[in-house]
Design a binder for this molecule. Sequence first.
Ligand code: 13P
Ligand code: ZN
Ligand code: NA
Length: 283
Amino acid sequence: PLMNSKYLLERARKEGFAVPAFNIHNLETLQVVLDTAKEMQSPVIIAGTPGTYKHTGVSELVSMMESACASRNMRAILHLDHHQDIPDIAAKLNAGIRSVMYDGSHFPFEENVANTLKVAQLCHEMGASLEAELGMLGGQEDDLIIDAASACLTDPDAAVEFVSRTGIDSLAVAIGTAHGMYKSVPKLAYPILEKIAAKVSIPLVLHGASGIPDEDIRKCISMGIAKVNVATELKIGFAGALKHYFEVHPEGNDPRDYMAVAKQAMREIVLSKINVCGSAGKS
Ligand code: 13P
Ligand code: ZN
Ligand code: NA
């Protein structure tokens, strides 16, 4: 059965490491993350946006995940990343998924609270864990695009109220990161993270980790971040290796050859993020 992420993230926050959440899109990217996590004995979260589940098919991804974990004799968490549609979340809970992020960050506070509370009840009835977001990240995550002007940082006092009124299990914070890569590396709002961490005891989640220097990610983890989301850097590594392969082998056409080099490139990034998260040996 698929696991929720509540206890793992609570343990991570308590022990001062973070669980990396990697966005995957197909069999090969799932295999890279699981193989690397197994080798490093790292806990890991396999994340998919609504667009990813649409691409793979929900039951196909659930089946792949279950059989890939069983054949490796390992456990991992399959997660819904940035889901916004409540009936869609309910359907995916029914398909067996037990780790959810509901993203109501674009709504006014009261509406975000009301919707998040509804999803929290739905999730907790099914034994699933819920992450929700307050404040809003800029950038692009699949079909979700937020311009820089609309992005806003998490208000620490509002975060306390949000967590206590919704009963969520982890909180995604906006502290200056954005989805995608950066034109210039952002200055993170450490005083805000410090205030949130002092007032909110549940695990905190860092979105938009692609392009953030390792030392910044480490500092965030030392301050209470217990889950680090990585998507874009993996895509760039995988696609970059494919582009290079076909430049060198314009006649190439065997997926077993070109996928192998793409997987190898992605593996290096997964390995490096596991090291930054301090999660090796924690599974
Ligand atoms: P990046 O694409 O910047 O790594 O962000 C990933 C993310 O937050 C997924 O939810
Ligand atoms: Zn995100
Ligand atoms: Na980013």
